[in-house]
Design a binder for this molecule. Structure first.
Ligand SMILES: [Zn+2]
Length: 61
């Protein structure tokens, strides 16, 4: 069973797959502090795939 503390420690070892920025664990997602993308948490496991990321600004120009 993975605890929040273990997850937080694991996230400290990895970076955003898009911009290599720092990741921050949030209640329902993982937030990149650099590019503001959000990665989903599925059953408590971060899905750090660029294809699954939600971009901060999804509005088309
Ligand atoms: Zn990023």
């Amino acid at each position: 069973m993975q605890t929040i503390e273990q997850l937080r420690a694991a996230l400290a070892q990895v970076v955003c797959p898009v911009c290599f920025g720092t990741l921050r664990l949030e209640p329902v997602s993982v937030h990149c502090t650099s590019c503001s993308r959000r990665y989903p948490l599925e059953d408590g496991i971060p899905v750090l795939l660029a294809a699954r990321a939600q971009e901060a600004n999804t509005e088309p120009d």
